[in-house]
Design a protein around this ligand. Sequence first.
Ligand code: GDP
Length: 295
Amino acid sequence: MFDNLSDKLDKAFHILKGHGKITEVNVAETLKEVRRALLDADVNFKIAKDFTTKVKEKAIGQDVLTTLQPGQLLVKLVKDELTELMGGDVAGINLSGTPTVILMSGLQGSGKTTFSGKLANYLLTKKNKKPLLVACDIYRPAAIQQLYVVGDSIGVEVYSEPENKNPVEIAQNAIKHAKANGFNVVIVDTAGRLAVDEEMMNEIERVHKAIQPHETLFVVDAMTGQDAVNTAKTFNERLNFDGVILTKLDGDTRGGAAISIKSVVNKPIKFVGTGEKMDAIDVFYPVRMAERILG
Ligand code: GDP
């Protein structure tokens, strides 16, 4: 994960090794390389620039040059700043409802259906919940079928109304079904399109308004880099979602989306997807991710 970024940061810090005495020029050079590494990882220009400016200010504030191990201190400052950029503390999921209603949003192919299954499995096995999966895609029968396959594989019931073309009604009926049958979490998988379009946005907005979810989660493919950040912005403007799910972090992703998304939409990354299997889900810990990136 993010191997390229880790390598480049490692090289940046090499500048500080092998110098008898470290100078301001060495630090500036290192931070320039850090910025370059972030840009290469597809972090947007302003975020990368602000990042190095902040680290530089802290380095000056803490008198980096006069400390015994300036290289180590600089690595620490970069790690702290990366942690902060990715959200600081771990963000939990609100499970206070009876039932808790969770709405999944995102583009087609982002991994919504897969993640709905992973989340149901996580809540069932780790949080002792009884989840219900709801198929609200009225356009693609294959999408409903896919949710049944997922539900079967983890032993979670799926609610659908294949003849009903009104996703608002389906979602509302599913919540009634959950209440009547002792389900305490309802995960609503919605229809996505290949790109943002007005009809999809209007539809999910209607569902969102009607069911007032406790958690609205935006699912995005980490491999799409800056596009992931832009799509997040659009969905957030319409849904004011509660958290981001970054999928496909097991792939050859450069890391830009993971690093930038929080500061662009000001919403935390709550979980990441790291594979196609139902147990390939991790709670997102900014500090662990920063440690991983810095090796
Ligand atoms: P949806 O259209 O948003 O519901 O997306 P799907 O859940 O159907 O996922 C699209 C494709 O991405 C499928 O082939 C999934 O198996 C795959 N996928 C989803 N999440 C992950 C992940 O975290 N890692 C990998 N490698 N593949 C994933």
